[in-house]
Design a protein. Sequence first.
Length: 335
Amino acid sequence: MVLAFLSIFKIEMTIINKHISQVLVHILFWMLFTFVSLFLFSDFYWTENPFLQYVSLLVAIVYLNNFFLLPFFVKKKLYVLYVFVFAAISFLATQLYCYAFAQCGCTIIKCLSDYLWQSLVPLIFFSFIWILYRFIDKQEEVETIKKEHIEMELKFLKSQINPHVLFNNLNTIYSYSLEKPNETPELILMLSDNLKHVLYESNEKTISLEKEIHFIDNYIKFQTIRTEGAKQIIYKKSVDSLVYQIAPLLLITIIENAFKHSTLNSDIVVNIKVENGILNFTCENDFDTQKVTTTELKIGLQNLEKRLELIYKDDYDFNISNTNTFTVSLKLNLQ
């Protein structure tokens, strides 16, 4: 509830700040435009030319353009027609100033030469400001949609992982409840720890490396009991610090894949090394080429690669090799 309120408050403040910045831009422009027109370009504006009266009409034209004309023509994508309308408004506004306000009696060419800039400058400036803020809003919308898409995709990918972990653990407990009931309580405790990690901690974007490795330790203990006499697990780890953060359930996907496709009476080698914020992980297992293809072996790792690309982008190196054994290696920058 608090997080939701803070998120709404942050959005409201962003909108308010954006509106304030736009108002300030408009006020500062009109102040500068009036100053330049009255003090720098002519000594006669105060006495002969009713420029200040014309500014009120110019303001009306500018905001008619910003609130009605620009949105309409851009929405309809009538850009060429808008250019003609824009030119016509600028021409008529200049003529109005010359013959109705200033009453200069000059020719059309002379009028345009001397006074067209007064109509064009605010129209062009505020059209540019409108387009700029519209572009910023569109970029924010794109970023928001992209972020929501990534979050939804990550949730979907993790939802595919979670039931798979639970399913394997429940199968093991069921088997031991029939064959070795005395060892079942220990497995249930391990499952409890695993479920806590999968159901609660894995919903975070990142968790401590300590929690993730504890989950892997627990999982491998689970599998050591389950595959006793059928597979040999060689598990090595060297971690200089457990304070690093890592996206949850990354490494377990590789380890699960090794157990799923490894052959009987074979070795599964898991090596985790963390040094100076760089994680080097390898998992190696034998596989029967007559029963399973390398394509089938890689299917379970496709979601992992998508998650790595979404979360870490250029901060990871993921490789799969199937020369003699099926080997998956992952190098990850945790800093």
